[in-house]
Design a protein around this ligand. Structure first.
Ligand SMILES: Cc1cc2nc3c(=O)[nH]c(=O)nc-3n(C[C@H](O)[C@H](O)[C@H](O)COP(=O)(O)OP(=O)(O)OC[C@H]3O[C@@H](n4cnc5c(N)ncnc54)[C@H](O)[C@@H]3O)c2cc1C
Ligand SMILES: NC(=O)C1=CN([C@@H]2O[C@H](COP(=O)(O)OP(=O)(O)OC[C@H]3O[C@@H](n4cnc5c(N)ncnc54)[C@H](OP(=O)(O)O)[C@@H]3O)[C@@H](O)[C@H]2O)C=CC1
Ligand SMILES: O=C(O)C(=O)Cc1c[nH]c2ccccc12
Length: 395
């Protein structure tokens, strides 16, 4: 099969993935005069947002922190755009920069050919040869489905948050949500508003912060404070405000890590929950916090404290991982020990050896994507300007 693949030499970089990272990288390169080619496995751009996001999702950071390079969100957009508005924005972004990804082509493997001095990027139909490869396949590509004992015995409905759309079909039913990240909290809230009886598994320590403090985004306040104060001081401020707004989370069975929320995010990579209403439902008892699962049973679950409960549905809000190890054959940037994330931690994680780069693996959301895209484009453009342009003009 591989011998039949049509081969192409691309002058500029090949970008794998047409999500926000791929689009931002292509736009930044274009602004610097460097052409690029995006290869996308799905039949659309922004596939995470089009295929895996629930109906009521709003960006949890204010819009100025979620815009891609050069193009602000439309003025009429609300402070926290919806998932659909973010999709519309990305479509317009691609049109603006005339970015036309090659759709429906999954990259099966990419490896560096030292003899050619080129990356070989293979899809089912094509093989591309390029000087630079940009990995933009995202930190949230593959749903994490934990191997919990008895999971195949459960006779009710079992799904991951990536296929959850809304709570309507769960009305009046008993639902167990496994995992207390932003997905687990927001989906629990949605289910609760739709009349489901919700239990939420919190197996370990977690930081919950109010989305807003005195009407202002707690994330925006943190970014502002970080200009003047070290991160541990900002963390203490966030914890103080959280205590005032939410109360003591320990009293309802949710313990905080010893480290503050921003330090926790930077060192462990776990995003604090930005609470937008679920916590009040936990406090009122409408959402019940339950401990880790010992095993699933045909009708429900047994928990580590030996209690047993029945459920109609189980929703795994257990997060996502990257798929890079399945297709990228290189070890300078991504390694398995580090959960397939770039091995140098932020902010040194965007450049590997032989012309491989990453955009969107800094665990910093869209803001991190924009920063990576500029740095990667600057680096490639300086090489493009000094060597490649002459080669192509001469030939
Ligand atoms: C539910 C949810 C809500 C979020 N909300 C926010 C938010 O409010 N603010 C924020 O800053 N961040 C948020 N994030 C984080 C979010 O993942 C990123 O900000 C953003 O989508 C990452 O963009 P990306 O382009 O790096 O990855 P993705 O959006 O995942 O795009 C990667 C693309 O690569 C493609 N791809 C993967 N493998 C291959 C392959 N082998 N060959 C070809 N194509 C491939 C995929 O199909 C996909 O289109 C959220 C994440 C989730 C899951
Ligand atoms: N509105 C928005 O903008 C939203 C943004 N997001 C973002 O999307 C990304 C993904 O979020 P999310 O999908 O919540 O994933 P996360 O990885 O953030 O959270 C997964 C949760 O599942 C728990 N978990 C994993 N395995 C098990 C298990 N076997 N038993 C019990 N609990 C388990 C984890 O607990 P533990 O810590 O113990 O491992 C963790 O609390 C994040 O960056 C998030 O901020 C998500 C939703 C909405
Ligand atoms: O949505 C995400 O997962 C993000 O990574 C956005 C983000 C970056 N830094 C943060 C600190 C606190 C809460 C969210 C984020």
């Amino acid at each position: 099969m591989s011998s039949k693949a049509k081969r192409f030499w691309t002058p500029g970089p090949v970008i794998v993935g047409a999500g926000p990272s791929g689009l931002a990288a292509a736009a930044c390169l274009k602004e610097r005069g460097v052409p690029s080619l995006i290869i996308e496995k799905e039949s659309c751009l922004a596939s995470l947002w089009k295929l895996k996001i629930y109906d009521h999702l709003q960006l949890h950071l204010p819009k100025k922190f979620c815009q891609l390079p050069y193009v602000p969100f439309p003025r009429e957009y609300p402070a926290y755009p919806s998932g659909q508005q973010f999709i519309t924005y990305m479509e317009a972004y691609a049109n603006h920069f005339e970015i036309e990804p090659l759709l429906g082509q999954e990259v099966q493997w990419a490896k560096y050919d030292a003899a050619m001095g080129r990356w070989r990027v293979k899809t089912h139909e094509y093989e591309f040869m390029c000087r630079w490869l940009i990995v933009a396949t995202g930190e949230n590509e593959v749903p994490v489905l934990p191997k919990i004992a008895g999971i195949s015995e459960f006779r009710g409905r079992l799904l991951h948050t990536s296929t959850y759309k809304n709570g309507v079909e769960f009305r009046a039913s008993k639902v167990l949500v496994v995992g207390c990240g932003n997905s687990g909290m927001e989906i629990s809230f949605d289910l609760c508003k739709n009349g489901a009886q919700v239990s939420l598994v919190v197996r370990d320590k977690v930081h919950i912060l109010p989305k807003k403090i005195l009407g202002r985004s707690s994330f925006a306040i943190s970014v502002w404070l970080l200009k003047w104060f070290p991160v541990d001081v900002v963390d203490r401020f966030l914890l103080f405000c959280s205590r005032l707004v939410l109360g003591d989370t320990k009293q309802i069975g949710i313990q905080r890590p010893k480290m503050g929320p921003l330090q926790w995010k930077n060192s462990v990579g776990k995003t604090p929950v930005l609470d937008d209403g679920a916590f009040a439902k936990i406090k009122s008892g409408e959402i019940k916090v339950v401990p880790g699962i010992q095993k699933f049973t045909a009708k429900g679950a047994e928990f580590v404290n030996r209690t047993v409960k029945e459920f109609d549905s189980i929703i795994l809000a257990t997060g996502y991982r990257s798929n890079v190890s399945s297709w990228l054959k290189e070890a300078s940037l991504f390694n398995q020990k580090n959960n397939n994330n770039p091995q140098d931690s932020y902010p040194k994680n965007w450049k590997g050896k032989n012309g491989v780069y990453s955009v969107g693996f800094a665990r910093q959301g869209v803001l991190g994507i924009s920063m990576d895209a500029h740095k990667v484009a600057d680096d490639i453009a300086s090489q493009w300007n000094s060597e490649t342009r002459h080669l192509w003009l001469d030939s």
